[in-house]
Design a protein around this ligand. Structure first.
Ligand SMILES: C[S@@+](CC[C@H](N)C(=O)[O-])C[C@H]1O[C@@H](n2cnc3c(N)ncnc32)[C@H](O)[C@@H]1O
Length: 190
């Protein structure tokens, strides 16, 4: 009969700090454009740790760790995920694009495609998520290689940004894993 793994059993299956510091991370980057809610930032950092995201760029008018509220939803994942703060997300996105990384704006736009139709090429990917009130800024949409949305079949115009991040991250991760794009080795970051 199966049972839920205890904390000790789970811990045994994990790396020690030294092994973890050397682990090869996946070719997925995240830009957060001016997120206001600590809970969303923390949740996304925790997701980024789960999928060994290469780096999270927390940008704009936002909150950054150390922060009590971020920590309570990240469960401390900011310790394990490489992250940086940048005032302006635009140069970050442009630099990543220059390194050959596809910029994928996760947003409902007049050009966006359904996430189920989005197929990563063999390039690394940077997912861009926007602010809770007004979304991904226009300049980032303008330089994006893809604009991808999650279908909204009801009356709402959007879903919570960390919910959108969970669906997109696991979807992109599984599609990239299937295509064996992972760990191909563009290791430079800005
Ligand atoms: C709450 S939404 C932004 C508000 C939205 N532009 C509006 O005013 O109707 C915050 C962020 O969550 C993500 N998001 C929310 N719903 C989404 C959807 N259906 N598809 C893709 N991204 C979504 C986007 O990154 C968006 O910038």
């Amino acid at each position: 009969m199966s049972h839920q793994l205890t904390k000790n059993e789970l811990r045994k299956s994990k790396y020690n700090r030294n092994e973890f510091s050397k682990i090869e991370r996946n070719e997925i980057y995240i830009i957060l454009d001016s997120l206001k809610c600590a809970h969303n930032i923390g949740t996304i950092l925790r997701l980024a740790d789960s999928l060994l995201v290469k780096k999270v760029y927390i940008c704009g008018d936002t909150i950054i760790p150390p922060n009590k509220k971020i920590k309570s939803s990240s469960r401390g994942a900011e310790k394990w995920v490489p992250w940086e703060y940048h005032k302006n997300p635009l140069p970050v996105a442009k630099t990543l694009k220059n390194y050959g990384i596809d910029i994928v704006a996760v947003e409902v736009t007049d050009n966006s495609i359904d996430f189920r139709e989005f197929n990563p090429t063999d390039k690394p990917i940077c997912l861009v998520f926007g602010r809770e009130y007004d979304g991904v800024r226009q300049e980032l949409l303008d330089i994006s290689d893809y604009q991808v949305h999650l279908p909204l079949l009801g009356m709402s115009n959007s879903i919570n940004v960390s919910t959108a991040a969970s669906v997109m991250l696991y979807d992109v991760y599984s599609k990239m894993e299937r295509k064996k794009i992972m760990n191909k080795g563009i290791t430079k970051t800005i």
